[in-house]
Ligand binder design. Structure first.
Ligand code: MRU
Length: 346
């Protein structure tokens, strides 16, 4: 994706080092950082400097490849097992992380270079899949449409292009006039900070809306279509995505607004029969109690935005039942959630 005329991926590996855009500093600062070891890469995922299903999948794959390079030449199986456990414990919900670690771990049993090749291939596939999702999703978009999205499932959440925003980028490039409503997505405000930043850089007209504004806009006929990303999709088509997605899907259903999920096949988890078996991450209450931003004189500041002494509950994801989902936009085509099977996703 172009940022000020230069092409970037969200995360990439060069030699033994991994480079990434620090998403915690966006939209105020665009800074590339480096992680020199698998341990450092795990910390990057835990601190959410890189976040979003595909991006953490790619970074987890790179971390596993870094571990393979750091492993002792002989008797390395204990080291690799331990590294795998540590990488897999960084974030629990997004399927892509486990998908990538599993693949690179298997390659690392063959050789260090096989592990690196596998990690690079996962990142390249993420780019190709996201691009294809854009092409299929674009068939749903007509000039003049207003599209709502939740959280950030743009290029920052993947290696490039993104999922929910990929069709919008393509439609915009083709000259279609699309307007985007970006839910702010408390508590970390990925919509207000990241989606809005991406759309602004791509020159796509948009408004950030408070999380509780979607129902009103839909009731007024102001939303033609909703597209969101996914962190894990169960075998029955239930979708885990950023907290608040479930509410939007129910409301979209009520007002007859088509509700699409955009995700690569690597996000499907056939070992989860339904959404009930998807692990839901609960994050620190500080994300709810505090907000960070930039003052007018350019200083980053973190402030308490809740009543002092109150505690907060912070589930990071929810599960939207398949019945509320119009279709899932994948790199293989747009499928009905009730038609999901390993066979038609091959
Ligand atoms: O907690 P995050 O920011 O890592 O959340 C993941 C997400 O980016 C969203 O749930 C997104 O909508 C789907 S993943 C591209």
């Amino acid at each position: 994706m172009l940022v000020d005329g230069q092409n970037y991926r969200t995360v990439w590996m060069d030699g033994t080092s991994v480079f990434f855009i620090d998403q915690n500093l966006l939209p105020f600062q665009f800074i590339i950082k480096k992680s020199a070891s698998y341990g450092e890469s795990c910390a990057v995922i835990c601190k959410m400097q890189v976040r979003g299903a595909g991006a953490i999948g790619a970074l987890a794959g790179f971390a596993m490849a870094q571990a393979a390079m750091e492993a002792p030449e002989t008797g390395n199986s204990g080291f690799l097992d331990e590294a795998r456990k540590i990488i897999e414990s960084t974030r629990p919900t997004a399927r892509n992380l486990f998908y990538a670690v599993e693949k690179v771990f298997a390659a690392a049993q063959i050789s260090k270079s096989a592990a690196i090749e596998s990690a690079l291939e996962i990142a390249d596939c993420d780019v190709a899949d996201s691009k294809k999702i854009g092409e299929y999703g674009n068939t749903l978009l007509c000039s003049g449409m207003n599209v709502e999205t939740h959280c950030n499932a743009g290029w920052l959440a993947f290696v490039d292009y993104g999922t929910a925003l990929s069709p919008i980028y393509l439609a915009h490039q083709e000259g279609k006039n699309i307007f985007v409503y970006a839910d702010e997505t408390r508590p970390r405000s990925q919509g207000a900070r990241l989606t809005a930043w991406e759309l602004h850089h791509a020159g796509i007209p948009h408004s950030i809306i408070p999380d509780n504004a979607g129902a009103w806009l839909m009731s007024q006929g102001k939303i033609d279509l909703m597209i969101v990303g996914a962190d894990r999709i169960a075998a029955n088509g239930d979708v885990a995505n950023k907290i608040g997605t479930l509410e939007k899907a129910i409301v979209a259903n009520e007002f007859g607004v088509p509700f699409y999920v955009a995700a690569p096949v690597s996000t499907f988890d056939f070992s989860c029969p339904s959404g009930a078996s998807i692990p839901i991450e609960e994050r620190n209450e500080e994300e709810v109690l505090y907000q960070d931003g930039m003052t007018q004189d350019g200083r980053h500041e973190r402030v308490l935005v809740c009543s002092p002494g109150s505690s907060a509950l912070n589930p990071a994801f929810d599960v939207t039942p398949a019945k509320y989902i119009t279709g899932i936009i994948t790199e293989k085509g747009i499928i009905k959630p009730d038609l999901i099977s390993i066979k038609n996703l091959q």
